[in-house]
Write a protein that binds this ligand. Structure first.
Ligand SMILES: N[C@@H](CCC[C@H](N)C(=O)O)C(=O)O
Length: 314
């Protein structure tokens, strides 16, 4: 970083001096967390990027601001139908860009709300929060939290139905472009199937994979290898690496794990299970498909959430 950039970075953070923060992660997908109960801290994209910088900031794949839904436009819109969604997860990627949704982020966000005494989640109860991809309902599990992520959708439905793939993805380390399927979990994902773990290891994700055609607002790209056998005791397992839009390679991606399970189940065809384990570099998350009262299929994401530190910006 040159001197001018370093100065801009320091200025960006110093403007937030005195602000309390926490740092947390879900299976290694890490976030800077800021509670903003009065809705006073609109953090600019530059400030987000500096706070998430691993050398000059706190470091994180993204930043989550906890703000009351009534104090942010996107939250107010949800309150008419969901008055119980008191808190809104204002999520930014590490480069400062907005994303509609973050699956690991939801668990860490709820864990943070509870740790800060801002919300309660009694055993056997649930908590509803607002996000840019609608409301999400969370319950506790033995090892963390399970989130009803809502319905999934194919981004290119006609192609997905006709050919089980809708795009080609090239990445450094892979000799030829690979077929892929694009799935929305509120945010966009493109899932690429690889045959062998050795191919997954050989894939280099320092630069963004090339996706053709690419979803309109960019995409997160998941590379998955089905386990052999794919299904054991009714649970399907895949191993995944991810290149996240607005971040780069991360240790885990919750919405990406959901998209990976959607695509693999689609490829596996009739009889494929509704319960999945997705192994990521930072751990394992669970994905389940279930049908809700109105007949729609929803996706549940489960996994741990940890707060590792809290402090004050100097
Ligand atoms: N890591 C997240 C996804 C974060 C957003 C993503 N980078 C995007 O731009 O859509 C997750 O756990 O889902």
């Amino acid at each position: 970083m040159n001197e001018a950039l370093a100065e801009t970075a320091e200025r960006a953070i110093s403007q937030l001096s005195g602000l309390r923060f926490s740092k947390g992660h879900g299976t290694g997908n890490d976030f800077v967390l800021i509670a903003d109960p009065e809705g006073m801290h609109v953090i600019s994209p530059e400030q987000v990027a500096e706070l998430c910088d691993r050398h000059r900031g706190i470091g994180g794949d993204g930043l989550i601001r906890a703000v009351p839904s009534r104090l942010i436009d996107e939250g107010r819109r949800l309150l008419t139908e969901h008055p119980d969604a008191e808190w809104f997860m204002d999520y930014r990627n590490g480069d400062g860009s907005l994303s509609e949704m973050c699956g690991n982020g939801v668990r860490v966000f709820v864990h943070f709300l509870l740790a800060e005494g801002l919300a309660e989640l009694p055993t056997g109860g649930s908590l509803t929060i607002g996000t840019r991809a609608g409301v999400k309902t969370i319950v506790r599990t033995a090892d963390g939290y399970a989130v009803d992520m809502g319905p999934w959708e194919f981004i290119f439905p006609a192609e997905a139905a006709a050919r089980a793939m809708d795009s080609l993805v090239s990445a450094d380390g892979l000799e030829v472009p690979r077929p892929a399927l694009s799935v929305s979990m509120g945010n966009p994902h493109t899932v690429v199937a690889l045959a062998e773990l050795s191919e997954l290891e050989a894939t280099r994700l320092f630069t963004a994979p090339h996706v053709d055609p690419k979803p309109a607002h960019g995409t997160n790209v998941e590379f998955v290898v089905p386990s052999e056998p794919l299904v054991h005791e009714g649970v399907g397992t895949v191993t995944m690496r991810v290149h996240e839009r607005g971040v780069g390679e991360t240790q885990s991606c919750g919405t990406g794990a959901c998209a990976a399970a959607v695509a693999t189940r689609h490829w596996a065809g009739q009889g494929a299970p509704d319960a999945w384990h997705v192994k990521v570099p930072g751990g394992v998350v669970g994905v389940k498909f279930f049908t809700v009262a109105d007949g729609h299929e929803h996706v549940e994401l489960s996994g741990p959430a940890t707060i590792v530190a809290s402090g004050t910006l100097s």
